[in-house]
Design a protein around this ligand. Sequence first.
Ligand code: SF4
Length: 456
Amino acid sequence: MEQACADLPFRADLIGAGKSYLTITFGCQANEFDTEVFAGMLESAGYRRAAGPGDADLILLNTCSVRQKPEDKVAGMLGRLRKLKEEREGLTIVVAGCMAQRPSAAADLARRFPFLDLIVGTHALPRFPQLLEQAGRSRRPLIDIAAENEGREGLPVVRSSSFKAWLPVIHGCNNFCSYCIVPHVRGRERSRPFAEIVEEARSLEESGYLEITLLGQNVNSYGHDLAEGERADFAALLEALDRLEGKARIRFMTSHPKDLSPRLIEMMGRGKKICEHLHLPAQAGSNRILEGMNRSYTRERYLGLVGALKKEVPGIALTTDLMVGFPGETEADFQETLALLDEAEFDHAYTFIYSPRPGTRAAEMEEQLSFAEKNERLQRLASRQNEISLRLNRALLGQTFELLVEGRSKNNPEMFSGRTRTNKLVHFAAAEELSGKLVAVEITEAFTWYLAGERV
Ligand code: SF4
């Protein structure tokens, strides 16, 4: 089911009537949601979704800047689109998102790919329809990387799923971790009004959504910037959503360990709709490196949180982000990250090589490590985590879980995939269509990355 707001904030003068669009998203869930907003604005202007790049009159790349790799992928894709642009008169190509918001990256894109029609940063997203119209009349590429964030309330959304929804609760980040470009491209924290979020969640439940993921660069700091009299914290927001009559599972990401309060942990244990899963980025296990990263917690504090979560939220699955090769990281520092894996026992870790981002403090630090050294550490880290993931998954054999079925396997139409409340991926066989349904499955096989089961 696709859903668009009826009450549009701009007069869509149907510049897209009879035309079709294609979106390609890089990066995180915040970008996935922004793409749904771009789709909402395009459909409000008359565009319809295209079957593929060959059919599209407009192609929008929503980009990520968090590491060099996704930026390189965008450049590679634009290189391939150059030919399509030459062949198809009237094809509009737009680059949006975090890469577009980074002034040097935007200038570089305009120089290398002069055929682009519009480069629109994250801050100017609400003005996209007007910019698109202007781009058709001006010399290309038109660049808008407004310095100030513009309000996003009331923008139309075309959701890509009929049973899982993203629900942003806070935009931006105040933390300035020394390696991270996000506060530079997404701006400072702006919490959405409490009542508005609760109302949106209620309406999603009423429309049949079975899972709502609350989004923010740091959801745990939700509410501190709301007007006096309206101030609330994230635990209060979860409590209000848990009290709604519908049955949607509630997830949230991302959580910063420094803002994970005892109240929030207690609420996770108490909330019936709040899933027993937390993604809690640790980034490193060495206090010296955590300080260099400006993470504002120690390994001891982090492990204390892990202990409290396991005690208060029975059966919780923990996932994390870990970075190797931060400037100055020694073998001894890295050994502390390895030891953190053993102590915390994460169900899964997203492991990354540190990638210097221009404009961040860490990019200016001396003692940058060689790629070979970083890569060797990454391999060791991933292999240690794989052992832990497999061991924890094997402990689930014979247990039964409720799955939200996400869809059929592309390779085998009789196989479906779903997620447990703990966010574990499970494959199982079924003859009838089950996408978007809740089913019970017993785990019969365990692997590092996923589980297999049988319907009960
Ligand atoms: S908390 Fe740190 S890593 Fe996360 S978005 Fe903010 S600055 Fe980046």
